[in-house]
Design a protein. Structure first.
Lengths: 429, 246, 647
């Protein structure tokens, strides 16, 4: 008679609040839940009636880690609704700003949130004693990415200078030049990270699912392109609802999404599977060294895919800055003409595809909003992963099972407080 | 004995806590050299309920959060509200203007009945707060200022003058002269006027100074082209829970 | 014999010869700036987002020395916004090490008023308790000044005596078009000039050109002090309790903009910042200002200047009195930055000085009037008058022409009023609508609104009434002589204003332009239409009229009276606006007139209040401390700023 009870209240090293519940008896699973309990923030209601200039400012506050992702998606939705044209300079600067957040977020997740599990510790704090150089490097890289975002947008969390139509203030070329040198020096740091991850044992687990991400013919997509699926072709952004198909599960009250299968995955692994041949050469090299080959169906490898993407983002920042320094920057005016309309903005947040869908009236006030967050779209897949994983590990100790489940959830790098559709469950024991 | 410090998050975006850790390696090691992080769910699994100083991020928006914050207040010798949501309610309060069931209906449609929420409020509406680190997000330097002040045993010198002072110190061109309007004249400084310096205007995220001349600010905003409604909308974003947005 | 060959390098001009002026070309100036840039940090005036700022200059072409005023003064480089004073270590044996910045720098493009400000700061920081930080910076800073060519519209440097300076700089350049006239202020300046700029001695016509350029700039100042600068001290001292401080500061945000942008402000706060390791730190100073709410607050919570009015007053007293008394130099240099920066538009010391001066004059004038009112044997007894003619003006309005039974003329001034009695009904105050230049009779235009006016409307020609007066101050005939006159008559505001218009037209040569803007609710409400038609036909009168609501026949302007104001060319330096109309009209009219920069003292209004005795006794007509029947009903806007109840 073996009882397995895993009850993790508020998983740690996670952005947001979530619980893992497992009750099994004699190899039979009675209850297995990935349960998300976040207070409803009600952003879609709060945005109604607001002026288009204030909308991205408020939408940014959906999340503190991926505020640049939300701001960018929000701005793009407004621009789509009003038909705003963007200059080449604006697109370059936006890409650079986006790479800054991607770098920071992936460094935070892989080194601060995920790595401790692989190194057998509870957090980065013990690593201060045992792996001091790694901690210094992680902090330095995080600060570097922060500084790059500051140069472009005033600050990284809830960025300022990026606005509908362009940039309210242009970065200083001298500062860009100086930060580029630090980025080039960071290449060595990423060699260290790749080498570190080569030594870590990634749990072996495979469950193929549908993979969804943005796809852009010209580059590895983060803020442009159409919706791509491993199971189907391309879908224009305006038809995103056909992909997401949000629905409620009767006993659990978290909203799920699914498309062609019973669930789908978004995030670094999806992006890698769909767009790996568009990675820059240095990132491809890192992927090869880390044993990451497309298509990969192991969710624990999401973290590895993030390392590969971080290398790609780093190289991208350097080449983008070179392009900006060569072309110079000039003040541009882009007056916005408001009109009634609807627009969808989609970006690849560090943890997956993010949609902001806005409708405006002819005074430029928002009448309707819908936001679908990446983590939202992963919940169903996490649940299905757990259901596939647990039977195979039930014979292990409770502690080991607990750790494997926590690592599984952490691997997705969830951003739970973003989840404007999340709610509290009241489940019965 | 290093003071034991804990971070807790309620309803918010968790950006404040992360920005607190936006430190250079030198500063990080200096910081852990003078305080002990004993509870920080976002980055640590180890945790302890024996802490001296609690930093609270996020506002209180649900019944279940009230006993949780009360327990923290009982334990902590010093409780610091961190970020606009904890200090003054933050953007979460925007939903307070909408009748609760209408808001739930807009977001969740027919499933609205599963959800519970209540008007968002700052931490001080539920338990006494000792210090504030304001802003959305707060400036890391001010977070460190409060930490250092707690460590040496003094009240941190947080400004009681408006953002205009810092704008002039930064030699910014006034937002009102750049065809936009600004809440700087009544908003508490301490952020270095970063939003104006970055090309925007002040949104009021640090809350009002102690004795703001709101009538004068409202008159000025109208003089620069805003209707009365638009003026109130401006204050609503971060200052709903104060009298001015009424 | 070898000819004496002149060496190309001239010796540096002797400072003793500093009175001599030199000229340099643009190229010479450029080579000086480029040369300086190689030796040290240089900042100069450049353009930013449509305004002018001091900033790092990397090339000569960035300089914009034709600027009117910078947002922040150059004093920010001598007293930075934040400056470390000392470093310390904590613990049982704390140490303190002073920190002084001695980096050399050059500031290019400093206007004379800022040079004056720096001279004042020099006095403050070097005379008593010399400040090592300021002194080190000042010693290592080269000041290259330039004459102001286009002053800011809010500048009153000419009034404060800071328009022209003869010392306090290293070099002063006057742009005379093709070259610069250079005044040398120091040996450093002389050396600099010789090293880089190839100076030539200024010729006679260069010097004449310098004077011309300066005079041209002088003509561009639009505002000035109404009193001699020297009388400011006494004036402020005597007006410490003037209600102006309270009324004017009502909209003050205590935002600090005025003190932050001011070149003569130097107050600062000092704070300690300990390092994270708690072992060391720095003590720094940063700008502070007396206008800020907590400036005078102590640790117990007591605030010695806790209200806006006292802080507002203190700042003006610093600028106009205290600094001069302490250091012997102007505390306000008239740069106009605070007036530009203040969102509530209350910061200008000039406006404060002039308003206080005006209220002092008004008090004096009131005292005079009190003594001058013609005493009647029996103060409250009316004298008999006969109604000689009635003219219908409108549905409820008639003009009544009276002659005093004594046969003597009323001897009134335009703008004065009489008290007209119908025995048994009562007595009412009515403005005189005709000019004293129009014979022995006088006209009262009256609208039927109450008991007495109703009774008057029932009178027939030949009837008898009682008349007391004339009362009140009337329009300021002396102040408007020779000026452009802009009359705004709205509705029955024409009734009192007509007396002045007739007077002015009867003495047309004593005045410059005469502009009449006339308005009524509808064409049927236009009063004295025939006379207005005559005014419009006169070639020496500019006449515009408008109605709020037109009828089928109206072919003219439609809109309120304020819509006419933008249609008129106005020279704010010599225009007096006289405005009479319904109370609601004054607010809007004032806004429009202020937009045209007409000074407060040149906006004249006639105010209505409840009046009874007409002789400053019964109390009903008071506005704050002033009796309208005695010191009014005509006021100018500067006076009204001190009367909180007025507008």
């Amino acid at each position: 008679m073996r009882q397995v009870n895993v009850n993790v209240h508020y998983v740690t090293r996670l952005e947001g609040h979530g619980n893992i519940i497992l009750n099994a008896q004699d190899g039979k699973i009675n209850e297995l839940k990935w349960e998300v309990i976040e207070s409803p923030r009600l952003f879609e209601a709060m945005l109604v009636g607001r002026n288009y200039e204030d909308v991205p400012h408020i939408a940014s506050r959906i999340c503190g880690i991926c505020s640049i992702a939300h701001t960018t998606a929000s701005i793009q939705a407004v621009e789509a609704a009003f038909g705003v044209q963007l200059s080449e300079q604006t697109l370059l600067l936006r890409k650079l700003l986006y790479d800054a957040e991607l770098l920071e977020s992936h460094v935070l997740h892989t080194l601060f949130l995920a790595a401790p599990d692989f190194l057998g510790v509870d957090s980065v704090m013990p690593l201060v004693e045992t792996h001091k150089d790694v901690v210094i490097m992680a902090l330095r890289l995080k600060k570097l990415a922060y500084n790059l975002a500051e140069i472009l947008a005033g600050r990284k969390t809830h960025p300022l200078s990026c606005v509908v139509g362009g940039f309210a203030k242009l970065p200083d070329l001298g500062e860009l030049k100086a930060v580029k040198k630090r980025l080039e020096d960071a290449r060595a740091d990423f060699d260290t990270i790749v080498n570190l991850f080569k030594t870590l044992k990634i749990p072996d687990f495979v469950r193929e699912t549908e993979y969804i991400a943005l796809k852009d013919p010209s580059e590895y997509a983060f803020i442009s392109g159409q919706i791509a699926s491993s199971d189907a072709g391309l879908t224009p952004l305006g038809d995103y609802l056909k992909i997401t198909n949000e629905f409620c599960v009767p006993q659990s009250t978290a909203k799920y999404t699914k498309n062609k299968r019973d669930a789908y995955m978004v995030g670094a692994l999806s992006r890698f599977n769909l767009n790996h041949d568009q990675l820059l050469p240095q990132a491809k090299k890192a992927a090869a060294e880390l044993g990451l080959k497309a298509p990969n169906h192991n969710p624990y490898m999401i973290t590895v895919a993030q390392v590969v993407e971080a290398v790609h983002a780093l190289e991208n920042t350097i080449s983008t800055i070179n392009e900006i320094l060569a072309k110079g920057l000039k003040e541009e005016k882009n007056p916005i003409k408001v009109k009634a309309g609807r627009g969808v903005g989609a970006v690849e947040a560090p943890r997956g595809i993010l949609f902001h869908d806005y409708t405006f009236n002819d005074k430029g006030l928002l009448t309707k909003a819908n936001c679908i967050i990446p983590t939202n779209q992963n919940h169903n897949n996490i649940q299905k992963d757990m259901e596939a994983l647990v039977p195979g590990i039930l014979n292990q100790s409770e502690d080991e099972i607990r750790l494997r489940l926590e690592m599984l959830v952490r691997a997705y790098d969830p951003c739970v407080s973003c989840s404007t559709h999340m709610l509290r469950t009241s489940f019965k024991r | 004995m290093k003071p034991k410090v804990a971070f807790f998050d309620f309803t918010g975006c968790e950006g404040c806590q992360l920005d607190a850790l936006n430190l250079s390696p030198e500063d990080f090691f200096d910081l852990v050299g003078v305080i002990d992080f004993v509870n920080f769910r976002e980055v640590m699994t180890e945790k302890s309920d024996d802490y001296d100083i609690a930093f609270i991020e996020g506002s209180i928006t649900r019944e279940s959060e009230i006993p949780r914050i009360q327990k923290i207040r009982q334990q902590a010798k010093v409780l610091v509200a961190m970020g606009a949501c904890a200090c003054d309610g933050g953007v979460n309060c925007l939903k307070n203007h909408i009748p609760m069931d209408e808001a739930l209906r807009i977001v969740y449609g027919k499933d609205a009945k599963y959800y519970d929420t209540m008007p968002a409020r700052p931490v001080r509406a539920v338990v006494p707060v000792d210090y504030y680190v304001r802003g959305c997000p707060p400036v890391t330097a001010e977070f460190l200022k409060v930490v250092k002040a707690l460590l040496v045993g003094k009240k941190p010198e947080i400004p009681n003058y408006p953002v205009c002072v810092e704008c002039k110190m930064a030699d910014n061109i006034c937002a009102f002269e750049r065809s936009t309007t600004c809440l700087g004249p009544v908003t508490r400084a301490g952020c270095g006027a970063i939003c104006v310096t970055s090309g925007r205007h002040c949104f009021g995220c640090r809350g009002l100074v102690d004795d703001p001349n709101i009538d004068s600010e409202k008159e000025i905003l109208q003089k620069y082209g805003l209707t009365v409604e638009q003026v109130l909308e401006k204050f609503k974003i971060y200052n709903t829970c104060s009298e001015v947005a009424k | 014999m070898a000819k004496n060959v002149e060496t190309t390098a001239k010796p540096a001009p002797d400072v003793a010869e500093a009175k001599k002026l030199f000229t340099i070309t643009r190229a010479g100036f450029k080579s000086m700036v480029d040369g300086l840039a190689k030796e040290m940090d240089i900042v100069g005036v450049k353009e930013k987002q449509g305004k002018f700022v001091y900033g790092k200059i990397s090339s000569f072409d960035e300089l914009r020395l034709d600027y009117d005023v910078t947002t922040m003064p150059p004093t920010r480089f001598l007293m930075p916004a934040r400056e470390t004073l000392l470093k310390f270590s904590t613990g049982n044996d704390p140490r303190f090490e002073p920190v002084v910045d001695t980096r050399p720098m050059a500031i290019i493009g400093v206007h004379p008023y800022d040079i004056s400000a720096i001279a004042m700061l020099d006095k403050v920081f070097t005379s008593v308790n010399p400040d090592p930080n300021y002194i080190a910076r000042r010693k290592n800073t080269i000041l290259i000044a330039v004459d102001t060519l286009s002053p800011s519209s809010k500048s009153f440097a000419n009034a404060m005596g800071t328009r022209i300076v003869e010392k306090g700089f290293d070099l002063l350049l006057t742009d005379i078009g093709t070259s610069y006239v250079v005044t040398i202020g120091s040996k450093k300046g002389a050396d600099l000039l010789a090293k880089y700029a190839a100076p030539k001695e200024a010729a006679g016509n260069d010097i004449a050109m310098q004077k011309e350029v300066r005079d041209e700039a002088l003509s561009k100042y639009t505002i000035s002090l109404d009193i001699p600068k020297e009388s400011l001290l006494k004036l402020l001292e005597e007006n410490y309790d003037n209600p102006y401080w309270e009324s004017r500061s009502k909209t003050c945000l205590s935002c600090g903009s005025c003190v932050m942008v001011c070149p003569t402000c130097f107050c600062f706060d000092v704070q300690d910042d300990v390092a994270l390791n708690l072992k060391e730190g720095e003590r720094f100073r940063r700008w502070d200002g007396c206008i800020l709410a907590d400036f005078a607050r102590v640790a117990t919570g007591e605030n010695f200047r806790h209200d806006k009015a006292s802080r507002f007053r203190h700042r003006i007293f610093r600028k106009g009195k205290y600094i001069f008394e302490k250091y012997g130099m102007a505390g306000c240099v008239g740069c106009g930055r605070c007036a530009n920066a203040c969102l509530a538009e209350i910061a200008s010391p000039l406006e404060a000085f002039n308003a206080i001066a005006e209220s002092a004059r008004a008090k004096e004038a009131a005292a005079r009037i009190m003594k001058e009112v013609r005493a009647q044997a029996e103060l409250y007894v009316p004298q008999p008058a006969k109604l000689v003619k009635i003219t219908t003006l409108g549905a409820k309005e008639k003009a009544f022409e009276f002659k005093l039974k004594s046969g003597k003329p009323l001897r009134h001034r335009p703008g004065q009023f009489v008290e007209i009695s119908v025995p048994g009904i009562g007595e009412a105050p009515i403005s005189v609508s005709s000019s004293p230049t129009r014979g022995d009779t006088f006209q009262l235009a009256i609208r039927n609104v109450g008991n007495i006016t109703n009774a008057i409307h029932d009178l027939k020609e030949g009837a008898a009434v009682g008349i007391r007066g004339p009362f009140g101050n009337g329009f300021p005939l002396e102040a408007i002589a020779g000026k452009d006159l802009l009359f705004l008559c709205a509705g029955i505001g024409l009734f009192p204003l007509r007396s002045l218009i007739q007077y002015v037209l009867d003495k047309r040569d004593a005045y410059s332009r005469v502009i009449i803007l006339s308005a009524a609710r509808t064409p049927a409400d236009m009063m004295f239409t025939n006379e207005q038609a005559e005014w419009s036909k006169r070639s020496d009168v500019e006449f515009l009229n408008t109605v709020d609501k037109a009828d089928a026949n109206w072919k003219g302007n439609v809109g309120v009276i304020t819509t006419l104001i933008p249609k008129v060319k106005i020279d704010p330096r010599k225009t007096v606006a006289v405005v009479v109309g319904p109370p609601i009209m004054y607010r809007f009219a004032i806004v429009e007139l202020k937009k045209r920069d007409i000074p407060d003292e040149n906006i004249v209004m006639s105010l209505e209040r409840r009046m009874k005795c007409g002789v400053g006794k019964c109390g009903h007509c008071q506005i704050n401390g002033v009796y309208v029947c005695q010191e009014g009903p005509v006021f100018n806007l500067a006076q009204l700023r001190s009367l909180r109840e007025a507008v």
